[in-house]
Ligand binder design. Sequence first.
Ligand code: NAD
Length: 381
Amino acid sequence: MPRPVEPDAVQPPGGFVHTFLPGRVVFGAGALERVGAEVEALGVRRVLVIATNSARAAADAVQTQLGDRFAGRIDGVAQHVPTEAAEQSRTQARESNADAIVAIGGGSAIGLAKAIALTSSPQQSSATGGATTEGSVGGGGVVVVAVPTTYAGSEMTPVWGETAAGRKSTGVDLRVLPRVVVYDPMLSRGLPVKVTAASVANAIAHCVEAVWTPKADPFTEVVAAEGLRALAGGMREVLATPDDLDARGKLMYGACLAGSALATAGTGLHHKLCHLLGGTYNLPHAETHAAVLPQVARVNASSVPQAKARLEAALGTTDLAAGLFDLFQAAGVPTSLRDLGLTEAQAEEAARTFQPTDNPIPVTEGLVREILSRAWAGTRP
Ligand code: NAD
């Protein structure tokens, strides 16, 4: 079987713009112990802790570290940040005079913290050590410290989302970007393999799409390829030994890079298709990526040959689209939209209603129909 090779001559970029986002990453097994010190260094006084149900023990440990700064706790979070939950949490943050939040959990817990930060007033914060003007990190309002326990990557992005009456609104605002992210691979050791595999598929989608979005640039490409290498390697090892700490560390490192690639490259055809499917037909967020990504890679990857070669080398394949499909299948994530409950008529309807987006090749209704019909049937690229 031919082996993938890294492109040996780097092509000089024709010109690009890259914005570095501020923020601090603390990474390592046992890093949870450092949350209290990181919070103290921010100069905040009143800290609300938000924790997913499975992270209660970690939240207890953080509560102890916070001492007098502890201002309250929200245990248990709903997916996709329902507006009702966001409003209740905003009230709790205001009434407890919180000027910071420590969010422990996956994209749902971190998403709730972001929703509070987005609308908090500047008076609510006493944080130091960073800019405090509107549109800056924290924006002078409540600041977020994120402690992720899945691989979704939200902790590295300034993207927020909130759902009302079945419709998810999203936006980009530096006020929601976590000021500090503490990655402790021990926290994801018990993440069930099924949830792990779907979450990794979500992270891999951030890496792959980051090379062809309108904002893709050479820095992001390097980060995305390294992220994919870590995620694919870590996934294979976790399938064999789910609680292997080194493998969990690879996945968290990959998730960090993937989130950072998403944060700078933004989203494109693949994510926009997934959001349409998730929002309109209520498909599960992470799993939808596994069904759609190989089909979008099949049509897009050859338009970005250097990035394609890098991603293939990272994945250990000579065909990016087929390699992704095979990895997701091996991990047991559904690779067909039919298996996620979508009907063929709904796939057809989605192809008709999808709004074209910037993409390396023109997004016609025919192209979208081809992607979605293959994703619906789960056809190997
Ligand atoms: P999630 O936070 O809902 O977690 C998935 C499941 O795993 C939940 O049932 C949770 O309780 C459980 N869980 C979490 N950590 C665990 C652990 N260590 N052990 C055992 N169980 C654990 O989902 P997610 O996939 O992390 O995030 C998805 C959400 O994040 C979606 O709403 C998505 O839109 C959002 N997201 C946002 C961004 C962004 O940049 N804003 C990026 C990616 C995802």
